[in-house]
Design a protein around this ligand. Structure first.
Ligand code: KIV
Ligand code: ZN
Length: 504
């Protein structure tokens, strides 16, 4: 690893600006303020809150965030246009990130300007922004496709104009780590101000290129939570920060143990699910199934966990499936307070593998029902805490789907009613409401599959629910009626969560 002289790396988060430009994402001003507060708690150094000139809503978002009194610096993005800077000023943000494209490609086909005109306009706007009391970070957009001599000349002039930092954007993600290293080294050698990098992920290299920028002497990285951003996105905060900490021995102000909860919040508000195998924050990032791996992990976590899950606010999960082995299954059962003999473990493993080999997911509930069959005496421990006593749903073209449920909890009856986008949604919400006094069961995953054909097909519903302590359990139910199957799966999931809570 090449040495960098800087130990502390600044994290400039652009989830609310570049991330908000992700196709399909629409964050309301209130959503943005919620995310900004979380980013501030997480410990990022700077938050790019939006581009105030773009719309009244965007201006409102930046305003809301600027008056939160956050510890992080709040930036508004601006082109080299006076009205853009005025909009940043009226948003109340004290920092602005100003950009103009410098590559001949963009100058000719997008801006229809000469290099000299772009430089002249930039110097004028920096002066103007400073005269308005703003602190300026500047980006030569498409820097990585800009003629190197011109890029250096441009950056030297911008530096002299009095910006606090120059950011090098790899706007269309075409760099390799080696090229990024060389470029940052070259530009840095002619500047007085610090350098930042902003890498896009078109070739899946955003994180590697950002880290190469740091190795070459950049002291700041632009990132987004979950790697959101234009097209294939930006460098993901969670990957950058974890790598800086554990692979590069660099410090950031980020409280790494808050990474997972931040990722979940952004995923929920942006409605962009995190892919299960996403590094650091994916559901599978710390989930183990194979017998060989779980065996190794149980005797020494480092064998298959290069990152301690709690370091990023995740938890290790051992799940049952076709690759399960004795150690994993024993650990999974012990986690819920069961203590099978070696012979019983062997039998449970065999049955789990049988289900897995049919290509089916083995839920926690399946595992428990197998354990119940094999270990007879668990029956008492496995008794249901909640039971569904009644369910009714109403739906139609002229009414909101409505569901009411009655459940028995420890012998007492509780009822609740809810509306939803459809009868399944309404019924699931009604169950959550009826059991809210015991557990806040958030639905994390819902899958439905027709096991047979025709409109009377048997539907199998598989769900995952999570409680406030991060316990995640899976459950399933199969019926011809999909509302009943969904509700049964939900009740099973809630029971599993309660059991998990009782045992921990
Ligand atoms: O990717 C990019 O070039 C940008 C600029 C606004 C810096 O997001
Ligand atoms: Zn960008």
């Amino acid at each position: 690893m090449r040495a960098s002289t800087l130990d502390k790396i600044r994290i400039f988060d652009t989830t609310l600006r570049d991330g908000d430009q992700t196709p399909g994402v629409f964050l309301t001003p209130a959503d943005k303020a919620t995310i900004a507060r979380q980013l501030d708690r997480l410990g990022v150094d700077a938050i790019e809150a939006g581009t105030p000139i773009t719309s009244a809503g965007e201006l409102e978002s930046v305003r809301l965030i600027a008056k939160e009194g956050l510890r992080a610096e709040v930036y508004g993005l601006a082109r080299v246009v006076k009205e853009d800077v005025d909009a940043v000023v009226s948003s109340g943000a004290k920092y602005t990130h100003i950009f103009i494209a410098t590559s001949d490609l963009h100058l000719k086909h997008k801006l229809r300007m000469t290099r000299e005109q772009a430089l002249q306009k930039s110097l004028e706007i920096i002066d103007y922004a400073k005269s308005c009391g703003l602190t300026v970070e500047f980006s030569p957009e498409d820097a990585t496709r800009t003629d190197l001599d011109f890029l250096k000349k441009f950056c030297i002039a911008v530096d002299e104009a009095g910006v606090i930092r120059i950011n090098i954007p790899d706007t269309v993600g075409i760099m390799t780590p080696n090229k990024m290293y060389q470029l940052v080294k070259e530009v840095k050698s002619v500047l007085k101000v610090p350098i930042s990098v902003h890498c896009h992920n078109d070739f899946g290299m955003a994180v590697a290129n950002s880290l190469a920028g740091v190795e070459a002497g950049a002291d700041q990285i632009h990132v987004t939570i979950n790697g959101l951003g234009e097209r294939a996105g930006n460098a993901a905060l969670e990957e950058v920060v974890t790598s800086l900490n554990l692979l590069y021995e660099k410090k950031t102000e980020v409280k790494t143990e808050m990474i997972y909860q931040t990722s979940q919040l952004v995923s929920k508000l942006s409605r962009i699910p995190v892919q299960p195998n996403k590094a650091i924050v994916g559901e599978n990032a710390f989930t183990h199934e194979s017998g060989i791996h779980t065996h190794g992990l149980i005797s020494m976590p480092l064998t298959y966990e290069p990152i301690p899950p709690e370091f990023v606010g995740q938890r290790r999960k051992i799940v049952a499936g076709k690759h399960s082995g004795r150690h994993g299954i024993k650990a999974a059962l012990e986690e819920v307070g069961l203590h099978p003999t070696e012979e019983q473990v062997r039998e449970v493993v065999e049955k789990v593998r049988e289900i897995g080999e049919k290509g089916r997911v083995v839920t926690d509930e399946d595992l428990m029902s197998i354990a119940r069959d094999v270990m007879g005496e668990v029956a008492e421990e496995e008794k249901k805490i909640i039971e569904l006593s009644e369910l009714s749903v109403m739906t139609g073209t002229k009414m909101m789907p409505t569901a009411s449920v009655r459940v028995t909890i420890d012998g007492k009856e509780f009822s609740s009613a809810e509306i939803g986008v459809g009868p399944v949604d309404a019924a699931m919400r009604a169950i959550q409401k009826a059991t809210a006094g015991l557990v806040n069961a958030k639905l994390k995953e819902y899958r439905i599959e027709a096991l047979t054909g025709g409109s009377d097909a048997v539907a199998e519903v598989m769900i995952k629910v999570e409680d406030d302590s991060g316990n995640v359990v899976s459950a399933r139910a199969a019926r011809e009626d999909i509302v009943k199957a969904s509700v049964e799966a939900m009740v099973n999931g809630v029971n599993r969560l309660l059991l998990r809570q009782k045992k921990s």
